[in-house]
Design a protein around this ligand. Structure first.
Ligand SMILES: Nc1ncnc2c1ncn2[C@@H]1O[C@H](COP(=O)(O)OP(=O)(O)OP(=O)(O)O)[C@@H](O)[C@H]1O
Ligand SMILES: [Mg+2]
Length: 448
């Protein structure tokens, strides 16, 4: 007998989930974006069902290193929220003392066949975060849940076009499978801050909004920062003269990479890349000194992470400080509202450079093409552009996108085309040379 107090408990499950409790189907798959109410609705529905009759409910996910990874905590919270006295929570399971219903929690990966067998008696299997389920796990699981009238409940956010569970069940559902999409706007309990975050993303990054909040899978193309067509166009353009000043970007080999790359850009013309293998700090500083002395770039932007710091120090010692600027890829962006770090900001500089409706030229270099298309973008919760980590890119590309990084460095800060004054013309750069500032240290004409 349930107490009078308990009889008054009201459980509200959003109507979009009504089929969980009302429809008889072997498979029920709910998918969609964040905050659709899936986890709560599944938990509440299972708790209600478990109070009506004796059920063996298995809550599954791909990896469950500890019980903390499971939905046990959510079920526990909902039991406490409703004040269900008939449920008793144990260390690794939850039991209903009236009906004998048992909830158990398992990770599918690393399950030995013996343990998988224990799922055979399940009445309901809830697969949470099913987008992470591997093909192997899924192929073992499906025939294991085979008790007559058993059901498989699946909740997932779409990740890729070919998520195994989606391909097997969602893409072409058969008559035993019920599929329903559910998003944050279907969830009457969706917290206000989540709605605001969703609408902010909708404005700043529509592709990410479609993926994160509308549950669309990420398509290969939409996550690339720079579309291949833009690069092809710039690589096949006709050469044109430019009077813009030279800017050099220098990406310095680090962490086992062996290539240091100089990029030479004049305005909208990227003239060339020079690549140096297996050179130490002093050798790179010597090469950079030569370029600085002979080519007089308006600015040389150089990476000063890891080995770059040494090269920077040598160049500063040699008197090149006014011509060089050190850049940390991880540093704060000039526009921190739009970019997670300097690296994202500089790479977005390449994108703007290639996207403008003006002539633009890139060398027809296949490795440059591969570098520029290798970088995937994402957005942080504040809607700021963030690039995939260098490690992730390296895994896919088999190397670092050094040419891309060198080009990105040329966009580290705007370089203006100023008319040189006669004082500036007397400024002599280079090792052992006397600088104008040395001759007139107090001169008001020198800001250095
Ligand atoms: N029945 C409910 N009662 C109260 N709040 C609820 C209820 N259902 C959902 N919510 C609120 O909506 C939020 C999102 O719900 P839930 O976590 O179930 O969504 P989800 O679809 O599983 O999202 P995600 O994809 O982020 O896991 C919850 O954190 C909670 O604040
Ligand atoms: Mg969830």
């Amino acid at each position: 007998m349930k107490s009078n107090k308990e009889k008054m408990i009201q459980v509200i499950i959003p109507s979009v989930f009504k089929e969980l409790l009302t429809l008889k189907k072997r498979i029920k798959l709910y998918y969609g974006g964040r905050s659709g109410g899936k986890s709560y609705a599944f938990a509440d529905s299972l708790l209600l069902k478990g109070r009506e009759e004796k059920l063996f409910i298995v809550c599954l996910r791909e990896i469950q290193s500890s019980i903390k990874d499971s939905v046990k905590k959510l079920l526990e919270d909902r039991i406490n929220h409703y004040g269900f006295q008939d449920y008793k929570v144990f260390e690794t399971k939850i039991e209903n003392q009236m009906t004998g219903t048992v909830f158990s929690f398992k990770g599918l990966r690393d399950q030995d066949p013996q343990k998988i067998k224990s799922l055979e008696g399940a009445d309901i299997a809830w697969i949470e975060e099913a987008q992470t389920i591997s093909k192997k796990s899924f192929d073992i699981l499906l025939p294991t849940i085979r008790k007559p009238n058993s059901e498989i409940w699946i909740s997932m956010n779409r990740e890729l076009e070919n998520d195994p569970v989606w391909v097997a069940l969602g893409a072409n559902p058969d008559e035993n499978t019920f599929v329903k999409k559910v998003n944050y706007y279907d969830n009457p309990f969706c917290p206000q801050e989540m709605i605001e975050l969703a609408l902010k993303t909708k404005k700043s990054a529509p592709d990410d909004y479609a993926h994160i909040w509308l549950g669309e899978p990420v398509s290969e193309a939409s996550c690339k920062l720079i579309q291949p067509l833009l690069i092809k166009k710039a690589q096949s353009g006709q050469f044109f003269e430019t009077s813009s000043p030279l800017v050099i970007g220098l990406d310095i080999a680090r962490f086992g990479d062996d290539e240091s790359v100089f990029c030479f850009r004049k305005g909208r013309v990227v003239e060339r890349f020079e690549v140096f293998k297996k050179k130490d700090t002093v050798a790179i500083a010597d090469i950079a000194s030569r370029y600085l002395e002979e080519l007089h770039p308006k600015k040389l932007f150089m990476d000063i992470g890891a080995n770059g710091a040494g090269v920077y120090d040598i160049l500063t010692d040699r008197g090149f400080a006014p011509q060089i600027k050190g850049i940390f890829f991880g540093a704060k962006a000039s526009n921190p509202d739009r970019y997670v770090n300097k690296r994202a900001e500089m790479w977005d500089g390449i994108l703007s450079f290639l996207s403008q409706d003006l002539p633009v030229l890139l060398p027809p270099d296949e490795m440059l093409f591969a570098d520029l298309t290798s970088v995937n973008k994402k957005y942080d919760p504040m809607g700021r552009l963030q690039l995939e980590s260098k490690e992730e890119i390296k895994k896919r590309l088999g190397r670092s996108p050094d040419r891309g990084d060198a080009l990105a460095l040329t966009f580290a800060a705007p370089v203006y085309e100023t008319k040189e004054t006669s004082f500036q013309k007397t400024h002599l750069f280079g090792a052992g040379c006397i600088q104008a500032a040395d001759l007139f240290p107090k001169s008001r004409y020198y800001g250095w």
